[in-house]
Design a protein around this ligand. Structure first.
Ligand code: LIP
Length: 316
């Protein structure tokens, strides 16, 4: 409830910034340099304002909790993550979209306990979409339970050729871009090499909105390398609570997965690699087949992508 109230509280500032109104009408607010000289990884006055408001409110209510935020971390450098209740915030996910007035951008607020996200709230103010998820209690879009679609509308894909993948090229415009693009090309062309080959690929520019497409049941898979914990903490709760599965590079997480099926450790949102697969209904008369298909699709995807190295992001 606190996270929802705060997301709504910062909504007007977010919208004003997006439409360049009120206190954010000045071009100077958007003239901020890209971080470390990288124009693709930018920050605006709105990012900093929203993060400040969220952290000051959260500190008033939970003075003993810890806080990790995209902009604060960028300023402070190294941040040691503990098992204490920790709020992980991205004030404007998809800042590049935000600067270009491209709708897929929003606020992401998550609470992690023992390093594992247990609450996730994503607010996409321009689309008026509020996603909420609490570990063990399901996830919702504007109060409607996710996924939005159920069988028979929600199909049971058995290969990548029936899947829409959402991904991003990321903001590290360096040599690793070749590996990212090669990986995506391979996925699209896999058919020619005896694989299935993706049905389609989309880029919308923000991990939160990409993962919300998976939680809704619209896109089958999201894959991205180089993300930070604040991009995916809230979304990982919303996806898994919608019946989706998240693979963190070493193991699986899904809300109702049997203990034997998932890694006996928290979902690792810190290692900058993630694959999420939407809820897949079981095949008729085959209980558990939906979960098995989620893994099969992710495994198939991972055989075509390169293991791209990520530089440390200061969280450890
Ligand atoms: C963005 C992510 C996006 C990724 C970008 C960037 P930001 O977050 O949502 O998926 O490709 O590189 O990290 O920096 O706009 O909050």
């Amino acid at each position: 409830d606190t996270a929802v109230a705060l997301a709504k509280e910062v909504g007007p500032a977010f919208k004003d910034g997006f439409w360049r109104k009120g206190q954010f009408a000045s071009a100077d607010d958007f003239a901020a340099e890209g971080k470390q000289g990288n124009a693709a990884d930018c920050v605006t006055a709105v990012d900093c304002h929203i993060e400040k408001v969220l952290f000051s409110r959260l500190r008033e209510i939970y003075p003993h909790h810890k806080f990790v935020g995209e902009e604060t971390t960028a300023e402070c450098g190294e941040v040691a993550i503990t098992n204490d209740p920790t709020w992980i915030v991205d004030p404007v996910d998809g800042t590049n979209n935000f600067v270009h007035h491209f709708h897929f951008t929003g606020v992401s607020i998550s609470l992690a306990i023992n390093k594992e996200p247990v609450v996730g709230v994503i607010y996409l103010p321009i689309l008026d979409e509020l996603y909420t998820g609490v570990r063990g209690q399901g996830s919702f879009l504007n109060g409607q339970r996710l996924p939005l679609f159920n069988p028979p509308t929600l199909t049971t894909p058995t290969s990548l050729s029936q899947c829409m993948l959402v991904s991003e090229h990321g903001s590290s415009h360096d040599e690793t871009m070749h590996s990212r693009m090669r990986s995506l090309t391979r996925l699209l062309l896999a058919k020619e090499h005896g694989g299935a080959g993706l049905e389609s690929l989309r880029f919308a520019g923000a991990a939160t909105s990409d993962m919300s497409l998976v939680a809704k049941g619209i896109a089958e898979i999201h894959w991205e390398i180089g993300l930070h914990a604040w991009d995916i903490a809230a979304a990982s709760v919303i996806v898994t609570e919608s019946g989706g599965a998240v693979f963190d590079g070493a193991g699986w997480w899904g809300s109702d997965m049997a203990e034997s099926e998932r890694e006996p450790r928290p979902l690792n949102i810190w290692n900058r690699k993630i694959v999420s697969v939407r809820y897949i209904p079981d095949l008729p008369g085959q209980p558990g087949s939906g979960r098995e298909l989620q893994r099969r699709l992710a495994r198939e995807l991972l055989t075509h992508v390169e293991d791209i190295p990520c530089s440390p992001d200061g969280l450890h």
